[in-house]
Every structure is written in C-alpha cells, then in structure tokens.
Write a protein that binds this ligand. Structure first.
Ligand code: ADP
Ligand code: MG
Length: 317
C-alpha cells in the first residue's frame, strides 16, 4: 500500500532527519511510528503526502510513485490530523469538516449528509454541533472534529501526527478508544505518530520504533514487547524503569508541616528506598545534609507514579 524504498531526508541545513528507510505499510493497517522527540517521525509522515520532499529514495502508494500523483489528488486522498487542534476558528464545525469535499466539488446535499454522518460517528450530535465555532467546543471535542475532518472525503490513507498529545489524559484515553472502534468500522490505512509507548501498544497493529532518523524495530505490539531488539527499545517499553530514572525528589516534595517527624529519608535516597519506607509510613521527612527540606506523603507519591512518562514533563515530539 505505502512503500518506502531507501528513503532519506536531508534538510537545507544538512541535517539528515531520516536515513535510508525501507518500510511497507499494509492496506487497512493501523501503523504506529514511535520514538523520542527529534527522531524524524513527523518528517517521515509528511513525506507521504509531500508536505515535505524526500531527498533520496522512493515512496510509492499502491505501486505508483508519489511524485507521479497530481499533488492535489494526493493531498485530498490522504487525510491528515495534526497534534495542535487545527480547526479554522472563523468557520463553523460543518464548514471545517466540509473543506475537502468542497474542494472535490461534491454536491451540497451530499456534503451535508456526510458531515452529519461523521459527527454522529464520533458522538457529536449534528444539530447541536454543526453550526458552532471551534472555540465553543472542548479540546477533546475539537480534536474529534479534527479526526472526522480527515475522514471527510473518504480517503484511503489517514496520517495522524500525535493527534491526542495535547489533550488531558481522560480525553486522550476516550479518543484512543473511539478511534480504535472507528477503525474497526472503516478499515483505513492509518499511519499514526506517537511518542507514547502505551498509546502505540494500545493502538497499533504494528509499531515502528525510530531513533536518530532510523528504524530500530518494526513488529506487532506483542513481538516488540516480547522481543525488544535492543536496550533502547527495552527502555522505551519499560515505563516503570523509565519512571525510576526520571525520579527527582522535587516532584513529590511538599512543604513542612508542624507534625512530628519520626521517619526521615535523605533526598539522595533512591526511589525504591523511599517507596519501601512509604509502604510503612504515610509521611516521611526529607533531609538534605542534616536539614529537613520538606515532606513526602504516600498520596503525593502515588499521584506521581500514576502519571505516565509524557505527563511527567517528557518532551513532546
Ligand atoms: P519528530 O517528529 O520525531 O520530533 P522531526 O521529524 O520533526 O522529528 O525532526 C527530525 C529532525 O529534523 C530534528 O532534528 C529536527 O530538528 C530536524 N528538522 C525538522 N524540520 C526541520 C527543518 N524544516 N529544517 C531543518 N531541520 C529540521
Ligand atoms: Mg513530530
């Protein structure tokens, strides 16, 4: 369906963002590209619809080179959802969704029917939402519109660049669930960029782990989980390991209270040491060179651990 044959991208500043990629994305597949910020995910994605021009190699869609497609045909037949909610603020929800069908000169009645069907598909009541402006919707609702806008003209392929990463965790989980359900119904070829391994494992039929512009591993979530090819992939999967490495006592430290301070840990103690003490005592004083600098409560620690890596301030890709 989409094949990459030795594809590289070198930017004008000589930065090689993507290096000699060989890849085949199958028809109807939910394909997730994952990797840390700056590893080339967005570049790889945008080369598919020629928003970024490749500098070497060939990308083909259904066997035909992307350079041989008419650029408008190519763009209109590939849905695209961005990380930033990118609805046009002055246009209604209906107008936003109708952009590509309008460009393709669909009949008005057909467009209206399509908009209604799409809004219903993602649980937004058409009578209530179609005439509103984007700012009258919540972030999660706006991104739902972003998703169905990409589907509007029934493209074969949908590209999604970290579409849910700007949302709060609850909306993100809901939209992931809805997207999975939607995909069961529409069976599009989806190329989805993420920097969140949990999201990738949840959504992907296959996932492709990237690092420094290169592919490190491609496989089903099960394959990658069971046989991570190297330490980089292992660390990327190991959310818990990650949180131990990331731990900084400042993230859970609270100001002193007047209570008694019977149980003291050092700010230099490791997370496992602190956790084992918190299992015994609900509140610990923290000392630094003999001075008490604050307290840690069981509650603040649990809140910290409940967040995933991306919420703990990891950079977005
Ligand atoms: P990701 O989406 O994984 O965060 P990108 O594809 O955006 O990564 O970027 C890959 C690399 O290419 C980064 O080092 C980035 O700084 C660089 N890069 C991205 N866009 C440009 C550009 N327009 N000009 C020069 N370098 C760029
Ligand atoms: Mg990116």
């Amino acid at each position: 369906m989409i094949t990459f044959d030795n594809v590289s991208k070198k930017y004008d500043n000589d930065q090689v963002a993507v290096k000699a990629i060989n890849l085949e994305i199958k028809k109807g597949e939910f394909f997730v590209i994952i990797g840390p910020s700056g590893c080339g995910k967005t570049t790889l994605l945008k080369m598919i619809n020629r928003l970024i021009y490749l500098t070497e190699g060939t990308i083909r869609i259904n066997g035909q080179r992307i350079s041989d497609y008419n650029i408008h045909e190519l763009r209109w037949n590939i849905g695209y959802v961005l990380q930033q909610i990118a609805l046009f603020p002055h246009m209604t929800i209906e107008e936003n969704i109708a952009i590509v069908p309008e460009l393709k000169k669909w009949r008005q009645q057909q467009i209206q029917q399509r908009v209604r069907a799409l809004l219903e598909m993602v649980g937004l009541e058409p009578d209530k939402y179609s005439q509103r402006k984007p700012k009258e919707l919540s972030g999660g609702e706006q991104q739902r519109v972003g998703v169905v806008r990409a589907l509007a003209a029934d493209p074969e392929i949908i590209l999604m660049d970290e579409p849910f990463s700007a949302l709060d965790p609850m909306s993100r989980t809901k939209l992931q669930d809805d997207l999975l359900e939607l995909q069961r119904a529409i069976q599009k070829t989806i190329v989805f960029v993420s920097h969140d391994m949990q999201e990738a494992l949840k959504l992907g039929d296959r996932i492709c782990v990237m690092k420094d512009g290169e592919i490190v591993q491609v496989g089903t979530p099960k394959e990658v989980m069971e046989n991570p090819i190297n330490d980089f992939v292992k660390e990327f999967i190991g959310v818990k390991e990650h949180s131990f490495n990331d731990f900084n006592i400042e993230q859970v430290l609270e100001p002193m209270t007047n209570g008694e301070l019977q149980h003291v840990v050092s700010c230099k103690d490791s997370l496992p040491v602190i956790l084992s003490k918190l299992a015994q005592h609900a509140c610990l004083a923290v000392e630094n060179d003999g001075t008490i600098i604050g307290i840690i409560t069981r509650q603040s620690m649990l809140q910290f651990l409940a967040k995933d890596g991306s919420q703990r301030g990891e950079a977005n890709g």
